[in-house]
Design a protein around this ligand. Sequence first.
Ligand code: C2E
Ligand code: MG
Ligand code: MG
Length: 593
Amino acid sequence: VAPVHNTEGYLTHFIGVQTDITQRREAEEALQKSEELFRLTFDLAPIGMAITDLSGKFLRVNQSLCDAFNYSKAELLQQSFLGLTHGEDLATDVFLNQQLIKGEINQFQIEKRYLAKGGKIVHALLQVGLLCDREGKTLYLIHQIIDITDRKQMEEKLLHDACHDSLTGLANRAFFEAQVKKAIAKTQQDPEHLFAVLFLDLDRFKVINDSLGHLVGDKLLIAIAEKLSACTSPEDTIARLGGDEFTALLENICDRNEGMQFAKLLLKQISSPFNLEGYEVFIKASIGIVFSSEKYQHPEELLRDADLAMYRAKELGKGRYEVFDQVMHESAVSRLHLENDLQRALINQEFRVYYQPIINLTTNTVTGFEALVRWQHPTKGLISPTNFIAIAQETRLIIPIGAWVIQQACAQLKAWQKQFSLPNLTISVNITVEQIHHNKLVAEITSILAANNLDSRCLKLEITESLMVENSFAANKVFSQLRKREIQLCIDDFGTGYSSLSYLYRFPIDILKIDQSFIRRLTAKNQNSVSVVKTIISLAQSLDMKVIAEGIETFEQLQKLQALGCTEGQGYYFTKPLSSQEIPAYLEKQLKK
Ligand code: C2E
Ligand code: MG
Ligand code: MG
């Protein structure tokens, strides 16, 4: 108490002391209240809370924390926070705690994992702060823990779903490409790092799906995924891109041979039968392989080339693997150019129709022509149809090209019929399966015939045998519509295609064109070939069909055919296919004979 000098001063001092005591009491009460409040908040908090000493040993825990870790209060108080921390998160935790204790930070917040009783992983959002005494000396740590396990699991599931194929559980395209991207980056840093991308496509999967149903098809895909996974090591990635297409990324292979051996193993594994829903299912696959090199910058490039190699494997007979090489690249590039060029050719009218006369072998007169398309390329010259029809088919450009040929050929025929007063001259036009399935074909032909005022009996359509097998139902509908219009149907290259001849009486066929390979072998020495041609002729006669021999090149072949009773033919012996400008002179010469 300070010395008293006067009453006033004393009073003031007394009041001051009084105020001091009241304030202190009030302060203590407030402190008690706030401690009580803290205790209540602590005990009843919906989040886990703990007070630990500076080493992390639990001094006080609340019920929510006990619930999250599945321990009783008594059990928890025997433990330390670090003892419950997931091993992988320990280092960060210790580091941050030390920073906190040293006063370098006031508090920290992290996501971490704990191990609850029984070993279950608890994901938590943790905030740690300091509890100091009145002098500011650090005494305790206060931990606040929000259990985010459910949210984490949901996130993990979403992440998993975004990266995986739901049917097989394998990686999906996005994840696969991301892995390949990482592998490319490794190779760019270390050119020695070799990896392989394999592209696998099942052969005839559609047949299984169509015949045994989608359920069995799905089961097969799952079983294949399991086999593929069983063949690979954990650092490799297997993915399903969709449908029956799978890919594999082989990391850290020593050499190319290892990649090829792996492909062999996959082929072997897949070729052993699968037992699905009581069915024994046999399937094969074709695999394309591409190896890493500096030229690859993007995952799509590797996938594209592995895909190309896979197609090559299919072309070479399926059930095998092929390694991508430069030749494949070049042929793919030139093919792409060809596709673009074909588009342009159609617009620029670069196609030409040539005509090969068809001769009556008994009277030696022209009965008609076969229209044969050529491509007058601006720089490459005249291109044979064998070099572009297949691509025109694949790109479906054959539909407009084919329609154009029919139109040209019909107009041309009409002109020659008039000019030479030969109303019975015929025109044969080759058509493909794509044209047959293009549902406007019959309507188009009908209007072309009408526009040119051409007798429909003068038009013959040539189709190959393979078309008779594929999709026979749809084809038959078109054939009978053509038959109604009296347009004739020829089987082109007869004898080279399908082995079953049952289509001959199922479809309305008028003419068999004996393939030139049989005519070529028609020599005195080759009795077998004579027998084949003889058989075809008598088959045609018995089915009331006509025959035309293709590719007659020599007088000997002509004589043989005449002797066998073949009535019509075409070939270089008479003339090569001629341009439309050359035909009038040719016809004039023929008529003068
Ligand atoms: P194709 O229909 O069997 O036509 C007969 C082919 O044999 C023609 O070849 C013809 O030039 C050739 N040739 C004719 N006589 C002889 C001969 O004595 N000896 C030899 N070695 N060959 C002979 P080209 O014109 O190259 O046509 C090849 C194939 O392209 C045709 O075979 C046909 O399948 C297809 N093609 C031609 N034009 C068209 C068309 O406009 N549309 C469709 N879809 N295909 C066509
Ligand atoms: Mg033909
Ligand atoms: Mg032919």
